[in-house]
Design a protein around this ligand. Structure first.
Ligand code: F6P
Length: 319
C-alpha cells in the first residue's frame, strides 16, 4: 500500500512533527509514503517525492512545513480535480493524509467524492477554528509566541502608563485572541464573535483608570476588521496615550512547543491507524485528553463555538 501526505493552507508550527509521525508510523506498518509538495498544487502538477524514515529526520523541531504549502483554488474546479486524480492514479496512491485546516479538508472531501480516494485529515492551523477538535496543531505555539511578544509590550506599556492595542491573527475567528488575551492578562479582548462598540471600549478604559490601573493591554482579533480604528477612537475620545502593534506572521513561525509536537505526533499516528482500519473521510482530533476521530463532513459543515466562559473569565480577571 502507498499513501500521500500533503500540507495545505496556512502553515502551522508542528506540521513537520505530524509529517514525521505519519511517515514513520506508516513505514513501520508496511505502508509506503510519498510527499505531495506545495499543497494541492503538487497534486494538480504531479510534484511528488518519496519519503523515507531518514528523510523526515531532524525536522521535529522546525516550524513551517518541509513539504511547503500553498492555497490552491484550482482544486475547486472540475479540471483541477481531474488533474489531481491523474496524479493520484499515476503514483498509485491508496490514500491521502491532509494536514491543514477546514478549507483544506473541503478540498480533501471533494477529492474523495470525485476520485474515490480515502482521505484522512489532521487538523493544523494556528487559528484553532476547526470543529471536531479542541485543539489544532500549531495553536499552542502561536499562543506562546504572541504571549512572549505581549509580555515585552507590557514592560514598555507599564513604564509609560500606556494603552496598547495588540492585533493577533485568527482570520475571522477569535480563538487565538481569547487564549492569548486570557493568558497575557489583557484588560480587554475584542473578537468578531462578541459584539462591542468603540465607545464601550473607552468607557472600560476610563473605569480601569478609576480603579487605579495605569496600563491596559487590548488584544484585538484581526477578524474585527481594521484594528487601527480602535486606536484612533481611544486617541480622539480619551486622554489615554495609546499605541498599536500588529503581531502578524511572527505568530505563524518558530519552533513548535512541546504541546504542538505532542499533538502532532499523536494525530499523525492515529491518522495512519485509521487508514489501516479502512476509514474514509475522517479527521483525527482531540477531545479532552483523548485522541478521537470525526467525520470530515461534520468538520466542514459545523462552525466551532467560542468558549464564552473563558472569554468572560478573562474579563473578570482583568479587574
Ligand atoms: O489561517 C492562518 C492564518 O495565519 C490566519 O490567521 C490569517 O488570517 C491568514 O492565515 C493569513 O494568510 P496569509 O499567510 O495567506 O496571508
Amino acid at each position: 500500500m502507498k499513501i500521500g501526505v500533503v500540507t495545505s493552507g496556512g502553515d502551522a508550527p508542528g506540521m513537520n512533527a505530524a509529517i514525521r509521525a505519519v511517515v514513520r508510523y506508516a513505514i513501520s506498518s508496511g505502508v509506503d509514503v510519498v510527499g505531495v509538495e506545495r499543497g494541492y498544487n503538487g497534486l494538480t502538477t504531479n510534484q511528488i517525492r518519496p519519503l523515507s524514515l531518514r528523510s523526515v529526520g531532524g525536522i521535529i523541531h522546525l516550524g513551517g512545513t518541509v513539504l511547503k504549502s500553498v492555497r490552491c483554488p484550482e482544486l475547486r474546479t472540475p479540471e483541477g480535480l481531474e488533474k489531481a486524480g491523474t496524479t493520484l492514479r499515476k503514483n498509485e496512491l491508496d490514500g491521502l493524509i491532509v494536514i491543514g485546516g477546514d478549507g483544506s479538508f473541503r478540498g480533501g472531501l471533494a477529492l474523495q467524492t470525485a476520485i474515490g480516494i480515502p482521505v484522512i485529515g489532521i487538523p493544523a492551523t494556528i487559528d484553532n477554528d476547526v470543529a471536531g477538535t479542541d485543539e489544532t496543531i500549531g495553536f499552542d505555539t502561536a499562543v506562546n509566541t504572541a504571549l512572549q511578544a505581549i509580555d515585552k509590550i507590557r514592560d514598555t506599556a507599564q513604564s509609560h502608563d500606556r494603552v496598547f492595542v495588540v492585533e493577533v491573527m485568527g482570520r475571522e475567528r477569535g480563538f487565538l485572541a481569547v487564549a492569548v488575551g486570557l493568558t497575557a492578562g489583557a484588560g480587554i479582548i475584542l473578537i468578531p464573535e462578541i459584539e462591542f462598540t468603540l465607545d464601550s471600549v473607552c468607557r472600560k478604559l476610563t473605569l480601569y483608570d478609576e480603579w487605579g490601573k495605569t496600563t491596559t493591554i487590548i488584544v484585538a482579533a484581526e477578524g474585527i476588521g481594521d484594528t487601527y480604528r480602535v486606536v484612533e477612537h481611544i486617541r480622539t475620545r480619551t486622554r489615554f496615550e495609546v499605541r498599536h502593534t500588529i503581531l502578524g506572521h511572527v505568530q505563524r513561525g518558530g519552533s513548535p512547543t512541546a504541546r504542538s509536537r505532542l499533538i502532532a505526533s499523536l494525530f499523525g499516528t492515529r491518522a495512519i491507524e485509521l487508514f489501516l482500519d479502512g476509514a474514509q473521510s475522517k479527521m483525527v482530533g482531540l477531545k479532552g485528553n483523548t485522541i478521537i476521530s470525526e467525520d470530515l463532513e461534520y468538520v466542514c459543515r459545523v462552525r466551532k463555538r467560542i468558549d464564552r466562559k473563558m472569554y468572560k473569565l478573562a474579563g473578570e480577571l482583568a479587574v
